[in-house]
Write a protein that binds this ligand. Sequence first.
Ligand code: DQA
Length: 143
Amino acid sequence: MSTVFILNGPNLNLLGKREPEIYGSDTLADVEVMCRKAAPADVSIEFRQSNHEGVLVDWIQEARETADAIVINPAAYTHTSVAILDALSAFEGPVVEVHISDVHKREKFRHHSYVSLRADEVIVGRGVQGYVDGLAWAVKKLA
Ligand code: DQA
């Protein structure tokens, strides 16, 4: 049995309501269901969201002890957080960075990602399917 943490950063609790022209109409609860359906029977999913940087750092540290891989959409912290980068660097398993939108085709400040310095795989611009693809990538890596 392996465990994959799927972590979500700030404002993703508003998915489905927030800028649907950019992020689509699925909610984060829908994304969780999609990921649980896509996960093989021997993979346990821990799906969480926080608006707080330190909480995300705590969860990444927790993953050091309890998870085999991390799939993370750090949202705005992608572009600002050395703390999240450092926490991910202390995690030994595969890390997949997911963005619903194509951050490279948006404002310039979204082009840089601290998290990409650690991520083993980066998925952008595939909508919420990016989570399922990210999970599949992590599962394959763990096999
Ligand atoms: C995002 C892209 C980020 O730039 C933005 O701050 C988000 C969501 C995405 O999933 O496309 O909140 O990570």
